[in-house]
Design a protein around this ligand. Structure first.
Ligand SMILES: *Cc1c(COP(=O)(O)O)cnc(C)c1O
Ligand SMILES: [Zn+2]
Length: 414
């Protein structure tokens, strides 16, 4: 039996029955899943979690789905690696990377889609859909294929090639829209109203969003059941950052980890930084922007959960920072060069901001810090392919290679 109990408005607190809906009819606030916390306290133990499967379903009692018909591609339980080399460069001896680029479709979106598509089946949908900046598209297409559901995916027409090809291969109805993500999202909301499909990030959004909490659960478990002191998380719609924050609070409330305030810092690209702008100005209102950045997976100019992201950052004593496109590419290369992890542009944003916060002293060396790497570098080859790495070419014989080695001036490391 699953332990979700109702949907509750995050603004006015009104409760609604569990259904594919996401907005409070009374005040238009966003809805969130609430659980039977007493039953969770009885059921969820460290030992029980440790005995679970090596994927996000080890936390099923903290997710709003029942175990009978899970749509499973093995998402989650990704590596948490001690980043000693990067930590040395940044002066952060207690730095870790949560490497979510190694999920089944190579981004953290497999977590939210695991939950949303499972819920779509529980609700009886035969068609799922989404508006996507790229990673959600590939993930939903894969999970819909696995579940045998019809699938409609709406993307901005200018996405990276690997994201388009890596979505189309699963055979969804893929629709490229002439416009940016915010326009794609507006269209999708109208389609959702008209066709009654299960849009994972619209009418199923309260369930979808819960999947992100597993990033916090796993981090705490992998640290030996404690929360980090400081985390750095990229922001697009603002959902994952606020849900990671919530995930640590839930574990504390359940008595699974000692209470500790984790400082939450948010990362955006300078060309699309509505949350960071509000933070820097000390404003409560998030002013939409027109995105212009190579970090396309984060290019949401009017973030649905921007306010909650800002709230998590402010209330936890964290920071919000942006980086330029050039710094994004440097961030990608820095992580690859120091830790052997190749991330996409969103990860370049995270590493770039991590670096800025570390070098300006806003992350202190004694803080156990976790940076969330949410997507894979092979998805945004365009960002790094023009960096002029010369690849030497030799004839297929040893003499030619020895001649190459002996030639000073050639960049053998290249
Ligand atoms: C979607 C996405 C994010 C941010 O997600 P939100 O919950 O919308 O803020 C971060 N990184 C990558 C790679 C993504 O695809
Ligand atoms: Zn309300």
């Amino acid at each position: 039996m699953s332990l979700e109990r109702a949907l509750r408005c995050r603004e006015c607190g009104r409760e609604y029955p569990l259904a594919p809906t996401h907005i409070c009819e009374y005040c238009f606030g966003p809805l969130e899943v609430v659980y039977d916390a007493a039953a969770q306290r009885r059921r969820v133990t460290r030992e029980g979690v440790a005995a679970g499967p090596p994927n996000l379903w080890r936390y099923i009692d903290l997710l709003p789905v029942s175990p009978e018909r899970l749509v499973d591609l093995g998402a989650g339980f990704t590596p948490l690696v001690k980043a000693s080399n990067l930590g040395r460069e940044l002066g952060l001896p207690e730095l870790y990377i949560k490497n979510d680029s190694v999920n089944p479709t190579f981004s953290f979106k497999d977590r939210v889609v695991s939950v949303a598509v499972t819920k779509a089946i529980e609700f009886g949908f035969d068609t799922v859909a989404c508006a996507s900046t790229g990673n959600l598209a590939a993930s939903l297409a894969a999970f819909a294929a696995r579940a045998g559901l019809k699938c409609y995916i709406f993307i901005p027409a200018d996405l990276e090639k690997a994201k388009v090809v890596g979505t189309g291969v699963y055979g969804p109805n893929l629709i490229a829209v002439d416009g940016n993500y915010d326009q794609v999202n507006r269209l999708s909301t109208e389609v959702a109203d008209r066709h009654g499909w299960g849009f994972v990030n619209i009418n199923l959004r309260p369930f979808y969003a819960e999947g992100s909490k597993t990033l916090a659960y796993e981090t705490a478990e992998q640290l030996g059941w404690r929360a980090p002191d400081h985390i750095v998380v990229p922001i697009a719609g603002g959902s994952v950052i606020s849900k990671i924050h919530k995930g640590f609070a839930e574990l504390t409330a359940l008595g699974l980890i000692p209470g500790r305030e984790t400082r939450v810092s948010g990362a955006q690209a300078r060309g699309c930084a509505p949350v960071v702008n509000a933070f820097k100005k000390g404003a409560d209102v998030i002013e939409p922007v027109k995105p212009n950045t190579i970090a396309k997976s984060l290019a949401i100019g009017n973030p649905a959960d921007g306010y909650f992201a800002l709230d998590a950052i402010r209330n936890s004593g964290g920071h919000a920072e942006y980086v330029t496109d050039e710094e994004i590419v440097e961030g990608i290369e820095l992580l690859a060069r120091t830790e052997g992890i190749f991330t996409e542009t969103a990860g370049g944003v995270t590493v770039g901001v991590l670096k800025k916060l570390a070098l300006s002293g806003r992350i202190s060396p004694d803080e156990l810090t976790v940076a969330y790497i949410t997507g894979n570098g092979l998805k945004t080859i365009e960002a790094v392919e023009s960096r002029g790495r010369r690849i030497p070419r030799v004839e297929a014989n040893l003499a030619a290679f020895e001649a190459f080695l002996g030639e000073p001036g050639e960049d053998a490391a290249g």
